[in-house]
Design a binder for this molecule. Sequence first.
Ligand SMILES: [Zn+2]
Length: 223
Amino acid sequence: MFKDIIAIAFPELCVGCQNTLLKAERHLCLSCLTNMSRNTRNSFDNVDVKVFLQANYITGASYLLNFDKKGVVQRIIHQIKYGSNPKLANYMGELMGVSLPKHYFDLIIPVPLHKKRERKRGYNQSLEIAKGIENVTGVSIDSSSFIRTINTESQTKKNKQEREENVYNAFRCLKIDGLTYNRILLVDDVVTTGVTINVCAQTIKSINPQIEIFVYSLAFTKI
Ligand SMILES: [Zn+2]
């Protein structure tokens, strides 16, 4: 009953359009949920993201949503990153889990945040997305074997080239014995240039070249 009173006083609003949500709706209203720009190609052999596969670190890549500037997808990503909304990240991860192209995976690894950044934000958005995928698929997450040792996002004083060079040394595999899996699903929130995700894949493969890495991101920006 207390919950109902709270709901009347502070109704939950749709992240996309700010309209009041119906009881059965979560985070997004039915209209925003159905009108989001989705990736219609349900495959890891995705034409749009082929550019990432050229370096041979990544076996396949896919994503759920097309990034739309000033649209619903942009608002979702902003809420997940800066709106202290890990539950929305879980929910989006569940939608990703439902749409995951049919493949077998041994393990899910979220793209790590630097410790300092994670403390500041309160959570790692990619891990929260991964939890949603785990809920739906039952594939377990390892968020401790692969870490970020350089806080590349905070290096505002460095120029673009220096920042990019730093990304190449930003990640480390800690438990080498733990990464004996064959197929890893590497989860990210948004993939834009693909630099970060390729470096992640390269770092993991340097431990065990037999590992096959599949990238799955919530959103993808066509550049
Ligand atoms: Zn809406």
